[in-house]
Design a protein around this ligand. Structure first.
Ligand code: GDP
Length: 357
C-alpha cells in the first residue's frame, strides 16, 4: 500500500527512518512520504529524513523528558504546523497513514494520539498507529505512559499495530543495545506488510492486495505481526511443509506481541519466488491459522520476491485477549498507581515546605 509515515519522538523518528531505508533497499517503493516530529532538537539532528521541531516556545528544543502530558500539550499547540508540513508527505494517492511512536516516553507517547486524532479529522484514508511497547525491564514511568498512550491510540486510530520491545531482541542484549537491531527487524517485517500489493512483478490472482492488508487491520483495535523464514526448494511441490512449518514458527515464536494467538482476523502472506510457493501450502497454512486463532476471517496470499527462501508474515488483528497484552496492561495500571502516589507525596512535601517558608 502507498503509505505515509510520520514518526513522533525519538523511537518514532528512528523507526520511520529504518522503514524508509528498508523500503528503498528492497525496491518496494511503498513508503511514499516520511516526516519525523520531535521536541528534542538533538534527536532530529541525526536523522536522514525530513524533520520538524515542535514545542520550541515551551521546551526550546530540549525535549519533554518522560512527561507525556507535556508531550500531548505541545503537539496540541503545534498540530496545525505539523499538518501544514504534510504537503508532499501525504498526497491523493496515499492509501494509509502510519503514525510511528515509542509509547513509553514523552513526545511520542503524548503526541502520537493527538496527531492521529487530527489526521483522522482531516484525511479520508485510514490512519494507523505503529506503537512500540516498553520492554518488561523498563521503568515504571515508561509502563504507565505506554498504558495511557495505548488507551488513547486505540480510541483514535483505525488500528494500532504493536511491537513489544522484548519481542525481537536477542537474548543477552540490553534493550538500549538492541534498538538498532530491533528497528531493522521492525523495518523488514512492516516493510513487507506495506509492500504487499505494491510489487508489480508476477501479479496474479493469489497475490496479496493492499485492500486485504487494510481490511485485516480495520477488523480490530490492536494488531500484531509475526515473521519467520526458511530455505526453500526450487520446486513448489517440495515446499508445502516449508510454508506450513514457517507459518507455525511465525505465529508461535515470531510475533511482535508474543503469546498472541487469538485474533478477530488474520492475514497470512507467503513471500518468495512465485515458482517456489505452493498454493496448497498457503491454503493449509491459512486453515491452520484459522484454527489456531479461532478466527473466521483469515485471508491468505503471496508476495512475489526474488529470494531462495520463503518467508511467512502473519498479521493478526483484534488481539485484545493476548496474554502478553493483558500482562502489560496490569503492569501499566500498577505503575500508574505508583507514579500517582509518588506525585502526591511530592505535592505533600512541597506543601509542607511552603508552610515552613
Ligand atoms: P520520546 O522521544 O519522548 O517520544 O521518547 P522515546 O521515543 O525515547 O520513547 C521511549 C520508549 O521508546 C521507551 O520504551 C524505549 O525503550 C523506546 N525506544 C527508544 N528508542 C527506540 C528505538 O530506537 N527503537 C525501539 N524499538 N524502541 C525505542
Amino acid at each position: 500500500m502507498k503509505a505515509a509515515l510520520i514518526g513522533v519522538g525519538q523511537a518514532g523518528g528512528k523507526v520511520t527512518e529504518a522503514l524508509l531505508a528498508e523500503d528503498r533497499r528492497a525496491g518496494y517503493d511503498a513508503v511514499r512520504g516520511t516526516l519525523a516530529v520531535n521536541t528534542a532538537r538533538t534527536d532530529l539532528d541525526g536523522l536522514d529524513i525530513d524533520t520538524m521541531l515542535v514545542g520550541q516556545e515551551r521546551v526550546k528544543g530540549h525535549g519533554v523528558g518522560a512527561d507525556n502530558e507535556l508531550g500531548a500539550e505541545v503537539m496540541n499547540d503545534d498540530v496545525r504546523e505539523v499538518m501544514g508540513a504534510l504537503d508532499g508527505v501525504v498526497d491523493p494517492h496515499t492509501e494509509a497513514i502510519f503514525v510511528v511512536a515509542g509509547l513509553g516516553g514523552g513526545t511520542g507517547s503524548g503526541g502520537a494520539p493527538v496527531l492521529v486524532k487530527e489526521l483522522q479529522r482531516v484525511y479520508e484514508m485510514p490512519v494507523y498507529a505503529l506503537g512500540i511497547l516498553p520492554g518488561r525491564d523498563e521503568g515504571g514511568i515508561y509502563q504507565a505512559n505506554a498504558g495511557r498512550s495505548l488507551k488513547t491510540l486505540v480510541r483514535e486510530a483505525d488500528s494500532t499495530l504493536l511491537v513489544d520491545n522484548d519481542a525481537w531482541r536477542s537474548t543477552g542484549e540490553s534493550v538500549t543495545e538492541a534498538f538498532d537491531a530491533i528497528n531493522e527487524r521492525i523495518a523488514k517485517r512492516v516493510g513487507i506488510l506495506l509492500a504487499a500489493g505494491e510489487n508489480i512483478e508476477g501479479v496474479g490472482e493469489s497475490v496479496v492486495d493492499s485492500s486485504e492488508v487494510i481490511n485485516t487491520l480495520q477488523s480490530g483495535d490492536m494488531s500484531a505481526i509475526g515473521f519467520a523464514s526458511a530455505e526453500a526448494a526450487a520446486d513448489a511441490g517440495e515446499n508445502i511443509n516449508v510454508v506450513t512449518s514457517t507459518t507455525r514458527k511465525a505465529l508461535l515464536s515470531g510475533m511482535s506481541v508474543p503469546e498472541t494467538t487469538e485474533a478477530g482476523a488474520a492475514l497470512v502472506v507467503a513471500a518468495g519466488e512465485n515458482d517456489r510457493i505452493p498454493r496448497k501450502g498457503v491454503e493449509k497454512a491459512r486453515s491452520w491459522v484459522e484454527e489456531e486463532t479461532r478466527s473466521m476471517q483469515v485471508r491468505g496470499g503471496d508476495f512475489p520476491l526474488t529470494s531462495d527462501s520463503i518467508a511467512v508474515l502473519v498479521l493478526l488483528s483484534g488481539i485484545a485477549r493476548s496474554q502478553r497484552l493483558q500482562d502489560f496492561m496490569d503492569r501499566a495500571k500498577e505503575a500508574s498507581k505508583e507514579v500517582e502516589a509518588e506525585q502526591e507525596q511530592q505535592t505533600f512535601q512541597n506543601d509542607e515546605l511552603d508552610d515552613l517558608i
